[in-house]
Design a protein around this ligand. Structure first.
Ligand code: ZN
Length: 182
């Protein structure tokens, strides 16, 4: 089965938000995001997919169904939720800056890859802040529950307001998104 190296991840703004796997699948089925299930976590894109994402440039060359010989295609992956907040940091992460002194937080990335922490300390000015509050410019995700749209390059597709609103209404929480290279 093809596994994407570039994905769009949708995740709750509240890193602590937790939703049972089957409940999230049910909500996403109801709004037409999911098509055929290929495994417990992997789905083809559903009938509403193209109306929920704005594709930039000439992309709808993009394949939306499994291809022969494990060739790339776009799919939805819904991992089992995690009891602890997970750090998912893109290979091409854009380093965030301290909210207080603006120093780039390169150590923070290494710390968070090892384990998510609710509060971190800036090595320059000793100011404490939540990793979820600094600006990673859509290159890091901190979440217990998330949705992966596989095989989307940086900014190749953007979830539209209609979709984000429907997702919020279905799950009773606000969502945002990031582009992750694995
Ligand atoms: Zn600082």
């Amino acid at each position: 089965m093809f596994t994407a190296k570039y994905s769009l991840l949708l995740h709750p703004i509240d890193a602590d938000y937790f939703l049972a796997h089957q409940d999230l699948i049910q909500h996403l089925n109801n709004i037409g995001l999911l098509g055929q299930a290929r495994s417990e976590t992997r789905f083809d894109v559903g009938e509403q997919f193209l109306s929920y994402f704005c594709f930039m440039g000439c992309s709808p060359n993009i394949e939306l169904e499994p291809q022969e010989n494990d060739q790339p295609y776009c799919y939805i992956n819904i991992p089992q939720p995690s009891l602890q907040v997970q750090s998912i940091i893109s290979k091409n992460v854009k380093l965030p800056r301290c909210l207080h002194c603006k120093a780039e937080q390169s150590q923070l990335v290494r710390q968070l890859v090892e384990q998510y922490q609710n509060e971190v300390i800036c090595p320059e000015c000793s100011h404490t802040f939540s990793p979820n509050k600094v600006n990673w410019r859509k290159t890091a995700v901190f979440a217990k529950t998330w949705i992966e749209v596989g095989n989307i390059y940086e900014a190749e597709a953007i979830p539209n307001a209609q979709f984000l609103t429907q997702l919020e209404e279905a799950t009773q929480t606000q969502w945002k998104y990031a582009y992750i290279r694995f």
